[in-house]
Ligand binder design. Structure first.
Ligand code: F6P
Length: 361
């Protein structure tokens, strides 16, 4: 028992669909095929900094229902930077050493960290400081982690946003309305672009492409001239006003949150074109629910590959999806090459080819 290899796994940053599929695959492969122990760390690095560290010892028999479950059964957090961690007395403390101690107290030989670019950067810094053997798995509905073509959660979020457009289509047509759908994506427009094309949007606005409101009005008037008195607009939450201001919700727990650009665009359209507009903000619906088959597949493939990297002693690496297969890359490469929408990429060409207005012309 004592010489059994023991690895940890944690989920960090915002949740998304498919995280549990990764956990399930890691447990199956590590326990079932390698005969290791797998400890699930609760609430990201918070679980490691707790005294005693919070972890659950996985059993292979317990994990099958995980495939269908949204969220993360380990819990997560996207707050509380461990280098300046908010303490109950209002002060901030560097908790890095507590996290490193937690890893060693649990007797872990390696740690699988499932996170977006921010979480992976934090985990890597701690790993380097504390001799933690880290393997990363990319997840984020925003799909902006570098060095991988896709990340866990993006496909499900895109499916949900596409379905929202599908549903808005018919009510828009019935009432001759301009429907504006605001979707997530923090600083990258991947969800808006992909769902916009798949869901037949007439106008797609993403943060990577500055727009002029006049181009949007022109597109709506062109449709009106063709006798199509409804219009579907999808806008990414990080799109700014025409003057370049960010639209944010009220500060919560010291952080600004994006939100409100859909309302801004809808009001401008109503004022200038006379069209009746309505706004839908999709919000966290994009993060929840049953993972799509693609996210389950990706989760399974990433989980298995991450365990194999540990078996080969290849650390400080992240599994990635490229050219129809799983490869691994240095975590540093993934962090350094932030992946925003490529303006010369296929999807931009496709959108333009379909006559979709991207606001720039
Ligand atoms: O990064 C994932 C994401 O869902 C972004 O698309 C969004 O801006 C943000 O997280 C929302 O964060 P929270 O769950 O803290 O509201």
């Amino acid at each position: 028992m004592a010489d059994k290899r023991r690895i940890g796994i944690l989920t960090s940053g915002g949740d998304c669909a498919g995280l549990n599929a990764v956990i399930r695959a890691v447990v199956h492969h590590a326990i079932g095929n390698y005969g290791w122990e797998v400890i699930g760390i609760q609430e990201a690095t918070n679980g490691l900094m707790s005294d005693p560290p919070q972890g659950i010892n996985f059993n292979i028999e317990d994990i099958d229902p995980l495939l269908l479950m949204g969220g993360t059964m380990l819990g997560t957090t996207n707050k509380g930077n461990p280098f300046a961690f908010p303490m109950p007395d209002g002060s901030f403390r560097d908790r890095t050493q507590d996290i490193i101690n937690g890893y060693h107290r649990l007797g872990l030989e390696a740690l699988i960290g499932i996170g977006g670019d921010g979480s992976l950067a934090i985990l890597r810094k701690i790993a380097q400081q504390g001799g933690i053997n880290l393997v990363g798995i990319p997840k984020t509905i925003d799909n902006d982690v570098g060095a991988t073509e896709t990340s866990i959660g993006f496909d499900t979020a895109t499916n949900i946003a596409t379905e929202a457009l599908d549903r808005l289509h018919f009510t828009a047509a019935s009432h001759n309305r301009v429907m504006v759908l605001e979707v997530m994506g923090r600083d990258a427009g991947h969800i808006a672009l992909a769902a916009g094309i798949a869901g037949g949007a007439d106008i797609i606005l993403i943060p990577e492409i500055p727009y002029h409101l006049d181009n949007i009005y022109k597109k709506i008037r062109q449709r009106q001239a063709l006798g199509k008195n409804f219009c579907l607009v999808i806008v990414s939450e990080a799109v700014r006003t025409e003057l370049g201001d960010q639209v944010k919700e009220i500060k919560q727990m010291g952080e600004d949150r994006y939100g409100g650009i859909g309302k801004y665009i809808a009001e401008k359209i109503a004022q200038q074109t006379g069209a009746e507009t309505r706004v839908t903000v999709l919000g966290h619906i994009q993060r929840g629910g049953i993972p799509s088959p693609s996210d389950r597949l990706l989760g399974a493939a990433f989980g298995v590959a991450a365990v194999d990297l540990i078996a080969e002693g290849q650390y400080d690496r992240m599994v990635a999806w490229r050219n129809r297969q799983v490869i691994s890359v240095p975590i540093a490469e993934a962090i350094e090459t932030y992946w925003s929408v490529q303006l010369d990429g296929t999807l931009i060409k496709t959108a333009k080819g379909l006559g979709i207005c991207l606001g720039d012309e």
